[in-house]
Design a binder for this molecule. Structure first.
Ligand code: ATP
Ligand code: MG
Length: 438
């Protein structure tokens, strides 16, 4: 058994022990929600949630290590053995009125049937009894799972109106599982999409990250756009229509990324044309030109990243990848110093990934990428990042007075070194002397 499979088995075992404990006190207890869906699909659940008719104050004394973070909402966390994590035990409940478009004002403890009907989609609304091995399905989840359909439980308009996060969840689940969205659910989703802004930016960004870091990212991004969600979240995305073929190209690049990429790389692919959209103009020859589009994309990505309140690191990485989105195509024409400086940036692996995806998606000739990759590995013109020949300290030792010129000289020395024009300290000092003379 692989490590992850054995971990899932241990978590499942611990969740079953929790269920047995609840039952030994005479309560009902079942697996609920996403884990039931995953088990029925033959997927590894990320966590096992338990639903019960016991109240939080009744659950708490049954277990040695518990955490009552969500007790007002009827949620208690039972802490498992080291490495196994926690199992969420939630009292069957129905939600009170939703006043803020996101969370219920109150909850009422209730039956499994009512608990199922407060959940978002039918495939997420089932229970499973792991001891009897039976599925308890009050919402038709099983049939929708077989038909590969995302369907809101109850009236889709009402359900999206209650909690607008569900708009994004619908798209994410459809993409993740390759399911379609049932017609009425889809109509409601499209109608309600402009209101997604009531969801906190942080939650929106979290959903976007889950969607874009999943291998189904192209389908997910396509769905959020077709639903009208993307326009509501990021106005810049709405402008893709200004550039003929851009949207299709972007989706193809997203689809051509490897299965696993980080959020920044996926975002860079999703936003790859932002600079072209902004800088497009018709040149003297009548052909479209995009002067400075890469730098422009990098700037727009910083704005987009700040709008979504992404981490500084994600913003910086995304904008760097966009800033250098043309760099590797031109690798064979760069000087050694330029190329070496490019090949040592932190984002270089992801930059290759992004270029490769573009080559696969658009048919752009990958020869310059192959060439740069070989250069990077074989380093035919000396190491990419050799120890510097001179430092500021050396210049001071040589009796030069520190000043703004220092950085300029050292940079010139570094360039000459990387180009292979000089190789020793003496040659470096001679170069500085020459520059001083000029
Ligand atoms: P994942 O694998 O992404 O964790 P999940 O279905 O387990 O998927 P969670 O966010 O962990 O999703 O939620 C667990 C369950 O709680 C869901 O399956 C669903 O029944 C219910 N749920 C979660 N969020 C909502 C929501 N916004 N509205 C209604 N029900 C929800
Ligand atoms: Mg879950």
């Amino acid at each position: 058994m692989s490590d992850s499979a054995s971990l899932v088995a241990r978590r499942r075992q611990f969740a079953i022990e929790v269920i047995e404990r609840l039952r030994s006190f005479g309560y009902q207890a079942l697996f609920a929600g996403g884990c039931v869906r995953d088990l029925l699909m033959g997927r590894e659940p990320s966590d096992f949630d338990v639903a019960t008719d016991a109240r939080p104050e009744e659950i708490l004394p049954m277990f040695r290590r518990v955490c009552e973070v969500g007790a007002v909402f009827g949620v208690v966390r039972v802490v498992g053995p080291p490495g196994v994590g926690e199992v969420e035990v939630a009292t069957f409940r129905s939600d009170g009125a939703y006043l803020d478009g996101r969370r219920p004002e109150s909850v009422v403890f209730s039956s499994p049937e009512e608990d199922a009907s407060r959940r978002d989609f039918t495939i997420n609304g089932m229970f499973y009894d792991p001891i009897q091995d039976t599925v308890i399905d009050h919402v038709g989840g099983r049939a929708d799972l077989d038909a590969k359909v995302i369907r809101a439980i109850g009236d889709p308009f009402a359900r999206f109106r209650e909690d607008k996060l569900r708009l994004l969840r619908a798209a994410r689940f459809a993409a993740r599982f390759g399911f379609s969205i049932e017609a009425e659910t889809w109509s409601a989703l499209r109608a309600m999409a402009p209101e997604v802004g009531v969801v906190s930016v942080e939650r929106i960004a979290q959903e976007l990250e889950k969607m874009l870091t999943h291998p189904s990212r192209s389908k997910g991004y396509g769905l959020v756009r077709d639903a009208g969600l993307l326009d509501a979240i990021l106005p810049m995305s709405a402008r893709a229509a200004e550039l003929e073929g851009s949207w299709e190209r972007t989706l193809r690049i997203l689809a051509a990324l490897p299965e696993r990429v980080d959020f920044a790389t996926a975002l860079a692919a999703a936003w790859i044309d932002w600079g072209r959209i902004e800088t497009r103009r018709i040149g003297a020859t009548g052909a479209a030109e995009y002067p400075g589009h890469a730098e422009c994309a990098a700037r727009l990505a910083r704005l987009g990243g700040r709008t979504l309140r992404l981490s500084n690191e994600t913003i910086a990485r995304t904008s760097r990848l966009l800033e250098f989105q043309e760099a590797l195509w031109a690798a064979p024409e760069l000087s050694d110093a330029q190329l070496k400086r490019l090949l040592i940036i932190d984002e270089i692996d992801d930059l290759f990934t992004l270029h490769r995806a573009e080559a696969r998606a658009t048919g752009r000739d990958p020869a310059p990428l192959d060439w740069a990759e070989r250069y990077r590995i074989e380093q035919p013109r000396g190491p990419l990042d050799p120890p510097p020949l001179l430092t500021g300290h050396d210049l001071k030792q040589a009796g030069l007075r520190p000043g703004p010129k220092f950085a300029e000289w050292l940079d010139a020395v570094r360039t000459a070194q990387l180009d292979g024009a000089i190789a020793t300290r003496e040659e470096a000092m001679a170069l500085v002397e020459r520059l001083r003379g000029e």
